[in-house]
Design a protein around this ligand. Structure first.
Ligand SMILES: [Zn+2]
Length: 217
């Protein structure tokens, strides 16, 4: 069976199973959305926001791009943030990077002339790598260098989001968190907590109940 056909068949199964498990699920879904979390993650197929946090449709307002970059002058990014904060009034923004990120790895290599859009997109990441050149040079391998840059990148996006007028003047102003996902064991690690304690600590998944009550971690 061709891939799209298989996906459509799987969709029917999922819709049926979901309706059996919760007969009111789709009725509630059709009434509107009130997610408590804006998720800014990487487009990487291995880091699906809902799956790794056990969230359901309606729990997360999601924006994903290569290397989970927040670019204030990009209307795609900015409109998602604007709508999430001013209309949906999300209580939390979670920036989630991951190890083994191709976009981050590319930022440590010479620009690719074959991928001009990607090269332009990750230019801020290349600049960030140059800023942290000394620290990155101390890493023992290319892989370690890329994974450290992925963490620094999350922290930089968190910093930019916290400084952005839409976030600062939000009513309420959402808390901004920085997380990193490990492909090796599927665990999330908190790099920066929106609650003001930026020490690393084990991450908790956003449960369906937690997301609905505004408790992210
Ligand atoms: Zn990635």
């Amino acid at each position: 069976m061709q891939r799209p056909k298989r996906m459509l068949v799987a969709n029917v199964a999922w819709a049926n199973e979901t309706a059996v498990r919760d007969p009111r699920f789709f009725h509630e879904l059709s009434q509107g959305q009130s997610p408590h979390v804006l998720w800014l993650g990487c487009s990487d197929s291995r880091v699906p926001a809902e799956t790794i946090t056990h969230c359901e449709p309606g729990d997360l307002f999601v924006h994903r791009n290569i290397a989970n970059l927040f670019v204030p002058d990009d209307d795609n990014c900015a409109s998602v943030l604007e709508y999430a904060v001013r209309v949906l009034k999300v209580g939390h923004i979670i920036v989630c990077g991951h190890d083994g990120c191709g976009g981050v790895r590319a930022a440590l290599l010479p620009p690719s002339t074959d991928l001009p859009h990607v090269a332009r997109r990750i230019a801020p990441l290349c600049a960030l790598a140059r800023t942290h050149d000394a620290e990155l040079a101390q890493q023992p391998s290319d892989r370690a260098r890329a994974d450290r840059l992925a963490e620094l990148n999350v922290l930089e996006q968190v910093r930019q989001l916290r400084a952005h007028p839409i976030v600062r003047h939000g009513e309420p102003a959402p808390l901004v968190h920085g997380w990193i996902f490990s492909l090796a064991d599927g665990r999330l690690k908190v790099l920066s907590s929106g609650y003001g304690d930026d020490n690393c600590r084990p991450a908790l998944a956003v449960s369906r109940e937690g997301a609905r009550s505004g408790v992210a971690a």
